[in-house]
Design a protein around this ligand. Sequence first.
Ligand SMILES: Nc1nc2c(ncn2[C@@H]2O[C@H](COP(=O)(O)OP(=O)(O)OP(=O)(O)O)[C@@H](O)[C@H]2O)c(=O)[nH]1
Ligand SMILES: [Mg+2]
Length: 568
Amino acid sequence: MTRMGLKSFWASRRSIVRLYLDPANKLADYPAVGAETCWQKKSFSSFTGDARVPLQELAPVRNGRVRYFSSSAYAGVVWRDDDRGPPRLMIVQPRIQPPTALKAKLLEALRLADSLEDPRHVEQGMKKHREPSPYVLVQNPPRVHAGSYFGPGTISTVHTHIHVASTKGKVDAVFVNAPLSGVQQRNLEDAWGKPVLDRVGLIIEIFGAHAQSKAAKLQVELASLNYYRSRLVRARGKGGARLGFGAGGEAEVVSARGRATGAIGGAGETEIQLQRRRISTRKHRLKSLLAEVDRTQTLHRLARSREGFQPGFGKRLPVVAVVGYTNAGKSSLVAALSRSDMYVDDKLFATLDTRSRRMVLPSGRKVILSDTVGFISDLPVQLVEAFQATLKEVVDADYLLHVIDSSAANANEQRETVLDVLRKIGVSRYKMENCLMEVWNKIDLSGEEIVIHPPEDLPKEVEGINAELFGIRADDTEVKEDGSVAQEVDIANTDEEGGNGGPQLLDLEWTADTEDLPSVRISVLTRTGLLELSRLLDRMIQTESVEEGSVLLEVEHQKLKGVEEEDI
Ligand SMILES: Nc1nc2c(ncn2[C@@H]2O[C@H](COP(=O)(O)OP(=O)(O)OP(=O)(O)O)[C@@H](O)[C@H]2O)c(=O)[nH]1
Ligand SMILES: [Mg+2]
């Protein structure tokens, strides 16, 4: 039996491998896991006894879409966006009230389920017409069952639906649009015979599928570790042996006393302690790698924004962060305003990396537009902690353009969600009330009559303004990351870490007065309202820097007065 230490495992892979291992010897029940490639001719019982996964067996899936270790002591999904197409999920949506909220949640669940696809494959033309995911509406449990979330009736109804859906096409996993605990997730997997993902788990999977840059990959890995660390549960295999799985994707069987066997288990550690220690080790490593990435990004940001003197901003360009609910049209807007290419997709969380572009406003003032990751309701805290580097760009930006999808059934709710997230990640009240502008996008979908401008007409139509008005060139200083990842793990000093650790969402008392924010209605698609938007932005920046200037003057004045009075 090949046995590789944690160190050599990390050194030999580029993405984290999440294995799907079933102690009950039912691998055949999981056709989606891609494990057939991994363990084609292996009987699953080889994982009982004193076994570890021979790591070279993972080689075939290393370039598949595989990640992390286990969601429970025996779970893990190996997603493979292969010839059979992206993973197909069966959605289980609890009937929440009122019906409009249910409709919005179900639509979102459908979009989430259809967003689990590697965009690179789509670009390579592998995209196939895809049927919407099957779904089943179930009773929202009046009382959550501690062990299984749903009651036995609901569980068996869903089981039947899964069976029916499986006869019409593959069903790779079940997506329950609710937060599940580790134990609930494992019991539902047992009952339904399919991998189960809850809302947070699926969002993390989507992030994993869409992460392209080094920073995004590191951040997603950290998020998944945060998520899975809190849901390690014990499982029993044959003969009462407990099965534990390491953070490195190794499966190992520990003795019935729960002590890990093997050299890397510290004396007296139970398997859960061992797994936690491995996760903590990797988290420390990831955090230090992310700190490096953050330093580099800050330097690039500074270099990019230094461009001559601008009143109110000294020697740097104001940074305008484009924020909003996922799929609101942020990347499309940045692309249209800066006349450059951005990755735009009708998927949730198409953008995970902050991308910056330069734009010239009607006054001739240059600004940096910064496209960011989208928000969602019930934003997983694990993501917020992990995506500090990306969210920092939003917090540090001078201005915020809040893009809202006006065609969404719950547009106002989405707006509130975004404002709430902004507040919680640390955007100041002053900034939210004075430096934020609302952009209601996709008005073409609202049925109003709209004049369509060909894009090349735009700058010429603007009279009396610099013809450079919109434009605005692509920022060529964009940093492309190479995607290389850590080579080894230092497993010394791996003390237990309490909770998820790290900064979390802030719990603040204040709510910003966001009733009278400047707002504009646009359609990026038809180029309606873009000029008005740029004028408004210009005005906001001018007013703001004048006011900022006058505040400063006032302070100076007070200081002078103080000095004079003291002198007298
Ligand atoms: N009808 C219509 N569709 C639009 C408009 N603007 C953007 N879209 C579409 O909305 C989808 C999402 O656009 P993106 O620009 O990727 O949205 P995003 O906010 O960057 O999304 P994430 O990065 O996934 O958070 C794409 O399919 C766009 O073509 C618009 O004004 N009208
Ligand atoms: Mg985007």
